[in-house]
Design a protein around this ligand. Sequence first.
Ligand code: OSB
Ligand code: MG
Length: 375
Amino acid sequence: MQIDHVTLHSLRIPLVAPFTTSFSTQHARTVVAVEVAAMTDHGEITGWGECGALAEPVYSEEYADGAVDVIERFALPRLARAQRERPLTAETVGEHLAPIVGHRMAKAALESAILDAQLKASRTSFADYLGVTASRVASGVSVGIQDSVDALLEAVAGFVDQGYQRIKLKIQPGWDLEPVRAVREAHPDVPLQVDANAAYTLTDSAHLRALDDFDLLLIEQPLGEADMRQHAELARVMRTPMCLDESVVSAQSAADAIAWGAAAVINIKPSRVGGYLEARRIHDVARASGIAVWCGGMLETGLARGANAALAGLPGFTLPGDISASDRFYVRDLTTPYVLRDGHIDVPTFPGLCEEPDAEAVANFAVASTRVDVA
Ligand code: OSB
Ligand code: MG
């Protein structure tokens, strides 16, 4: 294909309730939506991609406005140059953008939009592209830090009643053993796991070990992004399986984590690792090593939620993902909302990665929009 122009939409979408993690409280999701207008063998096609970066650089070093900047100033000029040589494909985007260090969420958004256009042009669903045969995936939910244990118990009971297959509790120092114990006592059999978003250090080992009493599926990213060796040390003293999120940014870092014993489980977030193609490679590395994976989330809108569900249909995704229904975060999604049916989310069958977003919703939530000519 040949990209003609790209529109970068900065959206601010209100959340149904504030979402608190160890690094921030969000009241709305600031999200960059990438709209690629391309000429393909099948005519003019528009593709959409979502950027996982939050408004502030608090989960990783990326942030929404920074993603717009790097896409506009550095990524698109490279793709413009590349497509003067030969037609662009989604599979070559990663190589064209490799000289740009980091900025994986920005790259992922662009690659997703191009892959969406490519699959729409060939009338292929993302599941068929991946070779996924599953028609639905088990749905888990990530529950933020609450003001009180009672509020947490009420939130968890609501999600359990809705049929979510697994509950993930956000923890941080001062909000860990007591809330986890309370949820475990109220729901003795619910599949339960915790996520610390790097809020602890290795000196907290003895304290974190107390979580072993609660029959957790895993503990996610207790230590810093760069603390791979320290995660391996912590893993040796805990029974609860160690899962990495922030530390795994590529297939290479996944291989390192596995080799060093830093991860018994990996949370694969397509945005964090530079896109769905690298996410697939991490799945393959983990599966070849006997390491379980599950699909994480960044409060995706309908532009990426269905693609995450398709990815999670790959056979190595043996644990429920953070792939909830749209209404877990949004009153109004950008696309047809994803719904929970019997604790599962359907794997989409439409062509491409996502449905075309509702133009009125995009206009409603837009705070800025930048058109970049690429041809
Ligand atoms: O660590 O998994 C995380 C949201 C924002 C940033 C980091 C994380 C999360 C979540 C939300 O846990 C998961 C979801 O999208 O449902
Ligand atoms: Mg996490």
